[in-house]
Design a protein around this ligand. Structure first.
Ligand code: HSE
Length: 309
């Protein structure tokens, strides 16, 4: 069988005001897998060798709907085997499911001679997200495939825009050991929002996009506010307002919930500041008897890619 080793990075979705339409790429964390294909043969297998617990049934793996949609669009029969080698822990809020489905479709596309565009790969990969939260959104799979900061301008028709990343732009992420499922975090959201909140929100989304386009980190920081989703979700995160105050006190440009949580992310224009914020967020949860895992690094421009052996 033809084979290739691929990596897709972790991602942070929403970026405050951009619920389901914005996301960015993390450096130094992601999924690594070996993808094998055999044309003119049948079969699909996922071998989990990552050490991270995942559903055993193929139908419950987020990779499956993405790969099935891709192979249906391809037409010819292809046998696919995926060996998961490194995996972001599911439920962490840093795009675990997106990294898996993005890496899988990226690897298969490469081995088939690139019949699909990156935009089409995003549309296949986002089907895996529906398995998690009921909705096929692309704010994690977009940056996992394209790298950098991504805006989904529209879903019907699908329109994705890659934005530049400022040079000195770093993240701190804390993953507290509490469970907040994407499904639960979506169910608490209102179906309608008042016009006054909508006005605030689209002002901030515009500010955020302008901030990235202009590489203006202060504008990015003050636009990363969320009048719509954060008020409903912050109750899942112990003393969230205090956590935000602490991080801002350590020099964060902004802090918000990473995707549907429970992870929280902050942005900074200096790596040392990002590390300091990560420590402060860890202390916040430790002080409340909650263990956590932190990450700090550069917001990356690199999406899914081949791992050179
Ligand atoms: N945009 C999604 C949400 C990301 O906030 O529910 C989580 O997968």
């Amino acid at each position: 069988m033809k084979h290739i080793e691929v990596f897709a990075p972790g991602t942070v979705a929403n970026l405050g005001c951009g619920f389901d339409v914005m996301g960015l790429t993390l450096d130094g964390v992601g999924d690594r897998m070996e993808v094998m294909v055999e044309p003119d043969a049948e079969g699909f297998e996922i071998r989990n060798e990552s050490g991270v617990e995942l559903p055993e049934s193929l139908d419950e793996n987020v990779i499956t709907p993405a790969v099935r949609a891709m192979l249906a669009a391809y037409g010819g029969s292809v046998r696919v085997i995926i060996r998961l080698l490194e995996k972001i822990v599911p439920g962490s809020g840093i795009g675990s499911s997106a990294a898996s489905s993005a890496a899988a479709v990226y690897g298969i596309n490469e081995l088939l001679g690139c019949p699909f565009s990156v935009k089409q790969l995003v549309e296949f990969a986002m089907l895996g997200e529906a398995l998690q939260g009921g909705t096929a959104h692309a704010d994690n799979v977009g940056p996992a495939l394209l790298g950098g900061v991504v805006l989904i301008r529209g879903y019907e028709p699908f329109d994705i825009v890659r934005l530049p990343v400022p040079d000195n732009f770093f993240y701190a992420v804390v993953h507290p050991q509490i469970v907040v499922s994407t499904k639960m975090a979506r169910e608490v959201l209102p179906h309608e929002i008042p016009l006054s909140k909508a006005v605030k929100q689209w002002g901030n989304v515009g500010g955020l996009v302008a901030g990235f386009a202009l590489r203006d980190v202060a504008l990015i920081g003050r636009s990363m506010q969320d009048a719509v989703v954060e008020p409903y979700r912050k109750g899942f995160i112990p003393d969230y307002d205090v956590l935000k105050q602490e991080a801002m006190g350590q020099g964060a440009l902004a802090l918000n919930i990473a995707g549907s949580g429970p992870s929280v992310f902050a942005l900074a224009s200096d790596y040392a500041v990002a590390c300091r914020i990560a420590d402060s967020m860890e202390r916040h949860f430790a002080g409340r008897g909650i263990a956590s895992h932190t990450y700090a690094g550069r917001v990356s421009n690199a999406g899914a890619r081949i791992v050179e052996s």
